[in-house]
Design a protein around this ligand. Structure first.
Ligand code: KG4
Ligand code: ZN
Length: 426
């Protein structure tokens, strides 16, 4: 079509198109790393840094390695073991991610001694991981990764440090910038993520004011926010977290860790069978009518232990005890969560509700919140099921939101594990 143009004009046109494209678009690859608890997870995103509003991105790879089978025999997550497993697996998962993202280019590379020394010093307590990183770096060319998002809290400090030090080693090797990310903000933002196709996603805009209910193994809190990145805690548990209560109750019923999915399965079946809960099996609803937006789950756990004991003395079968307690416990937790959110929505005139954390994998809780939001005319954002548990995808979404909005990278020496980092202090 342009054949009548001279060769030099064509070159000029091409150059102009190239320049203007780069002025308005800047594609980047982001590596996300999550090691705060018992999942070693890595993901790679590709996105345009210069986009605004509803942010789109492609997922080039997304891996989650769960350590659940290793921790199960301890009835919970054992920090030293979690650290060891992260260090053992992270480099191999990174290699797999690079291959899947087509960023793994074999080439024999010589690493400068100064770099080697720095990495060895950084990883002196993770010598096996150090050896694996160095040997990988000697066999591939610098992968096309512009930045790394790393969970730096909250979580188990020894586990967090593995991911942080891994990212720092990548920074020494290849100059990859690092964005420290709050794990709980990952649970919040991943709830706005909506799939466009199998590998393409969108971070939706939401209407404000909004509330974020975080329900996981370590957290139960309600945050108020009018924009992403600025949260105010308006309610929280005064003792156990929701997931922790599920896990403890499950243990009392002789069910394996993690207890949430186990209890949920039993309760769902009991509900389908229309199982009736007699008065002697009924559990309390702690703080249901308290005037604040706080929660308490440890009383519920104690009530479960006492009920089990009483019902055993009354010669009820283990099966009956398990079914009725699982059912009423799930009902109680759901009732409490909904009531507190109802109060919070009224008090703060919220237009949107976002729910994040492992417990929102629970089908019954999801269903009840869907019905509740419909009745209350509230916009509800729930994460896709594959994003409910811990993963690196959610960490990537926070970093990508920050990058698109012009947030600067953090100085490497300031990046530390902060096991109690609250989303209020971002
Ligand atoms: O967010 P998460 O994966 O890890 C933390 O950051 O804590 O949450 C883990 C928690 C565990 O306590 C687990 O029992 C709970 O989420 N959980 C569930 C369900 N699936 C996982 N709780 C209730 N119902 C479920 N289906
Ligand atoms: Zn989590």
């Amino acid at each position: 079509m342009l054949s009548w143009l001279s060769f030099t004009t064509k070159i000029k046109l091409f150059y102009f198109k190239f320049l203007s494209y780069n002025l308005f678009h800047k594609n980047m690859n982001l590596l996300a790393i999550e090691t705060s608890c018992d999942e070693t997870a890595l993901a790679i995103f590709n996105f345009d840094k210069k986009q605004k509003k509803e942010i789109k991105f492609s997922v080039l790879s997304n891996h989650v390695l769960s350590q659940i089978n290793i921790h199960r025999e301890f009835g919970g997550v054992f920090p030293a073991l979690a650290k060891r497993e992260h260090a053992k697996n992270i480099v191999q998962i990174f290699e797999e991610c690079l291959k899947e993202a087509n960023l793994y280019k074999e080439k024999s590379v010589k690493i400068r001694d100064t770099k080697k020394k720095k990495i060895k010093k950084l990883l002196e307590r993770e010598s096996e991981m150090c050896g694996e990183i160095l040997s990988l770096a000697q066999k591939i060319e610098k992968p096309d990764i512009d930045a790394a998002a790393i969970t730096s809290g909250p979580g188990l400090a020894p586990a967090l440090w593995v991911g942080i030090n891994f990212a720092k080693a990548l920074n020494i090797l290849w100059g990859i910038k690092i964005y420290p990310i709050n794990h709980m903000e990952g649970h919040i933002i991943s709830a706005f993520v909506s799939p466009i196709s199998e590998k393409n996603f969108l971070i939706k805009d939401i209407s404000y004011p909004a509330l974020a209910l975080l329900i996981s193994g370590g957290h139960t809190e309600i945050n108020y926010f009018e924009k992403i990145g600025k949260y105010k805690k308006i309610g929280q548990t005064v003792d156990d977290a929701t997931g922790e209560a599920f896990d403890k109750v499950a243990r009392s019923l002789g069910l394996p860790y993690p207890g949430g999915p186990e209890i949920s399965k039993i309760a769902a079946l009991a509900r389908t069978n229309n199982l009736q809960i007699e008065k002697e099996f009924k559990l309390p609803r702690p703080m249901l009518h308290s005037s604040d937006l706080n929660f308490s789950f440890s009383g519920l756990k104690t009530a479960v232990i006492n009920t089990i004991k009483k019902m055993k003395e009354a010669n009820k079968s283990d099966e009956e005890i398990k079914n009725k307690i699982a059912l009423d416990f799930e009902n109680a937790v759901t009732e409490i969560l909904i009531k507190k959110i109802k109060d919070a929505v009224e008090k703060y005139n919220a237009k949107s509700l976002v729910i994040g954390g492992g417990v929102i994998a629970n089908t019954f809780i999801r269903k009840n919140f869907l019905e509740f939001s419909e009745k209350e005319n509230l916009n509800l954002y729930l994460p896709e099921k594959f994003l409910t548990g811990d993963n690196a995808f959610m960490i990537g979404t926070v970093a990508l939101h920050k990058i698109v909005n012009g947030k600067k990278k953090t100085k490497i020496k300031n990046i530390k594990a902060d096991s109690n980092w609250s989303v209020e202090n971002l």
